[in-house]
Design a binder for this molecule. Structure first.
Ligand code: HEM
Length: 318
């Protein structure tokens, strides 16, 4: 069963912005001085303006991914450009961009995000001193598990943990995270990049769209999108990229990280697609079946269970 306090929370230390011990496992002076140079180049606050539309957001990212240089941060962005466009164009993300996200869609998304971040953050915690993880280990600023727990509690109540249901795609994604955490921790950077930089980019606007679409008061139920430890997402992303660029990788490892980042986007796309399939069936089920339990949570759970069986994706309770 699930333990509500996230693993490693108490041992988490802030590494931003001036952590001289950052990258404790990185031995070389060369890479440190390059890193410092890049961190010094971090520009002032350039947060997304309130009026930033999702249309502009899309073109902004496309325009930026030009020729990749030798930096990992540039290469990873270029390598995943097409996958990012595909992720943006999944039905679930399109619903978001049209402002049509429903409470049910958001609830199933939260369940899957919870499982994904649980695996990701536990593996990052376990490998915190690994030379390829230490530079990008920012639990204080980035960790999402506690906020996801708060959001799940908001929607499902105090016994939320027994109601977390995810499709097979989510299970495959978390299995991969566990596997690389044990066998190839240097690949974790690909997954951390994909999720956290995404959350600090388009995710910031998705948070506002969720609040508006669902008519939520304050930040209730949407703490997932808030990063209280990050005052400027843009500046933080620049720092993060410079830390990524400081990681020493062999050519083979670098190629594997780029490949893993493409897979990370694909895992996300598959999760979104499975959730959407599951929801289409749930809607049908709830429309057709008259013998369903009357409480909304039971209806939700029962509907999703039937949907998972029907679409053949699998079902995983915590
Ligand atoms: C509605 C869907 C989405 C929209 C509109 C969107 C939009 C954007 C935009 C505008 C940026 C560039 C921000 C900047 O450079 O400051 C960005 C960056 C990014 N997005 Fe998305 N995004 C979406 C979905 C996703 C998804 C599903 C993922 C991955 C799971 C993702 C991962 C990323 C990553 C990793 C970056 C950082 C790129 C880099 O600078 O290297 N995005 N996104």
């Amino acid at each position: 069963m699930l333990s509500v306090s996230s693993a490693g929370t108490t041992s988490r230390q802030s590494r931003f912005p001036s952590d001289s011990a950052a990258g404790a496992g990185i031995k070389e002076a060369e890479s440190r001085s390059r890193q410092r140079q890049q961190e010094a180049e971090v520009t002032p606050d350039q947060d997304l303006p309130q009026s930033h539309s999702t249309k502009n957001m899309k073109s902004a990212r496309r325009g930026e991914a030009g020729d990749a240089g030798s930096d990992l941060s540039e290469q990873i962005k270029a390598a995943t450009k097409e996958n990012h466009i595909r992720a943006e164009n999944t039905q679930l993300m399109l619903s978001y961009q049209k402002g049509h996200i429903t409470t049910t869609q958001y609830k199933v998304l939260l369940c899957s995000l919870y499982e994904v971040y649980k695996a990701l953050e536990e593996e990052l915690d376990s490998n915190a001193s690994h030379p390829a993880v230490a530079p990008i280990y920012f639990p204080q600023e980035l960790a999402r598990l506690d906020s996801l727990q708060r959001d799940l509690e908001h929607f499902f109540g105090p016994d939320w943990s027994g109601k977390v249901i995810v499709p097979a795609a989510t299970h495959r994604y978390t299995q991969r995270l566990r596997e690389i955490g044990k066998e190839n921790p240097e690949l974790l950077v690909a997954h951390a990049y994909t999720r956290y930089l995404g959350d600090l980019s388009g995710g910031q606007v998705l948070g506002k769209l969720t609040q508006k679409s669902l008519g939520l008061r304050d930040r209730e139920g949407i703490s997932f999108f808030s990063f209280p430890g990050v005052s400027s997402p843009n500046r933080f992303k620049q720092l993060y990229r410079s830390r990524m660029n400081s990681i020493e990788l062999t050519e083979r490892q670098r190629a594997a990280v780029l490949e893993e980042a493409v897979s990370a986007f694909e895992y996300n796309i598959q999760v979104f697609d499975d959730l959407q399939k599951m929801l289409s069936v749930t809607t049908e089920t709830q429309r057709d079946a008259s013998g369903f339990p009357s409480s909304p949570i039971m209806q939700f759970t029962a509907g999703v269970c039937v949907a998972l069986v029907t679409v053949g994706t699998g079902i995983y309770f915590l």
